[in-house]
Ligand binder design. Sequence first.
Ligand code: G1P
Ligand code: ZN
Length: 591
Amino acid sequence: MPSFRFLSSACNSKIYAQYSAKKMDLFNPVGMRLESHPLDMNSRPERMKVNKIATKPFPDQKPGTSGLRKKVRVFQQPHYLENFVQSIFNCLPESERGMLIVGGDGRYHNRQAIQVILKMAAANGFRHILVGRQGLLSTPAMSVLIRKYKACGGIILSASHNPGGPEGDFGIKFNTTNGGPAPEKLTEAIYQQSLAIEAYHILEIEDISLDEIDSCTLGRTRLDIIDPVEDYAELMSRLFDFGRIKTLFDSGLFRMVFDAMHAVTGPYAKEIFEHRLKAPPDTVINAVPLEDFGGGHPDPNLQNAQELTSLMFSGEAPDFGAASDGDGDRNMVLGRHFFVTPSDSLAVMAANIHHLPGYHSGLAGVARSMPTSRAVDRVAESLGVECYETPTGWKFFGNLLDSHKITLCGEESFGAGSDHIREKDGIWAVLFWLNLIAVRQRPVSEIVQQHWRRFGRHYYSRHDYEEIESTMAEALMHRLAEQLHTLKGRQFGEFRISECDDFSYTDPVDHSISSHQGLRFLFDDGSRLVFRLSGTGTRGATLRLYLERYLADPARHNLDLQQTLAPLAAIADDIAQIKKYTGRDKPSVIT
Ligand code: G1P
Ligand code: ZN
């Protein structure tokens, strides 16, 4: 057994047992089950048959930006999921297999995969497993639970914002004991395990019903089926001023719509916005999680969240609109006829964080992924706090959060979060904005425009060229990287490249180095172009081009976004020959 250690604290299943016993009293005054009454319905005998199944490695189980993501069909191959799960377990010494938490975003294949994982976790000696009712857990809720119950890790089944269904995508990611995504050294160790695997262990039992809150034992493993929302909602109510947010809805003058996109946040949003904050019952739309997300693409952007977008730009527009993605970690925020770019959202949050009760001590520092606009850098500078620039992917924020170097972090890809957990958090971001609106008593558009007047506006957009041929995408990046030294100093009309490089990051905490994280071009006027290839796609390659232009003059803050960025897009095509290499004359998605 390899001894890669990623646990820093002992696992503790007692905490959950005590908590759930208490909670059950409330739900169940008669006092059945849990500690006092071992379950008969679901209990499995102490000794169950553990099968050791011989297997062969798959060569393609290298996790990407966020776990292992593949087509459903790939995961449905015999042994495919099992191999990867055993590879994760193999990286965790047997003595440290305490509590494991399992859940997913409800997409197609979620339920089948969870059954396999539960049976494997019990066979691999985990002492305690928590699983969300119906197999549901949002990514941020997983992070909350791992931290609260000091679990040794969690397995999330999701392909985030990628479409679901039999022809769609599936994914699996492992989060460590800090509640955050496995760092690169661990994902690499898992990958190495997957290349050498010869067998996996699995219990021979029938499927376990996950439809009701319940508890049972699987051999010597205790299994609790838990409410996926409760702990998360409780943390949110401590971070934000729910009383104050309620006054918005009580007034009857403020209207909000939250689009759950038939993904995992539906039950969370219903509980938090409608039940606890008393927003009207039709506030949450597309609230029921569906295996194929209702045929939609659960990515909260202007293109995919069509229903919400059209509403927010219509004559009927409410004051505030928001959406989240498949697994609940992304957010999109809109005001009436007004879209807040995720980069601006992060900057506004940083500039206003002291208004919120849960963050009254302000910011220790902030971080953003490299391609994210530099709007937040200006706020950090004015506050005199550090702004860290990390590679793409939430896992790079973990060390900064754990060592208290930052309070807030975000990515241009509709992700924002804080030190409350170790994942980005969709509903948290929406609550942040609601709390801010309640405090500032101003519409979203005014809050953002005021921000621009103070700090200047970073016009920002991402152009994606999806599902292009991998060899061509790599050739484009390779050619561009080779030209970096000749491009520095080159003039393109009014724009001159002052710096360019292949981004490499040295983690300030563990000093690990992550190189080739994107090619970036900085211009004299503060504009930027960034090129990188996606690490989450499941077909071909996706080229992402990030465009940013800074204009300080308030007279130039209401220009058309794409027109303002057009000269930079033309330079991008000139230096990277995008049209030629991708065979496309325009991006497939613009956000
Ligand atoms: C994308 C986003 C990135 C985000 C990740 C997971 O990764 O760009 O910011 O962390 O999804 O949600 P990419 O496909 O660009 O590698
Ligand atoms: Zn996601």
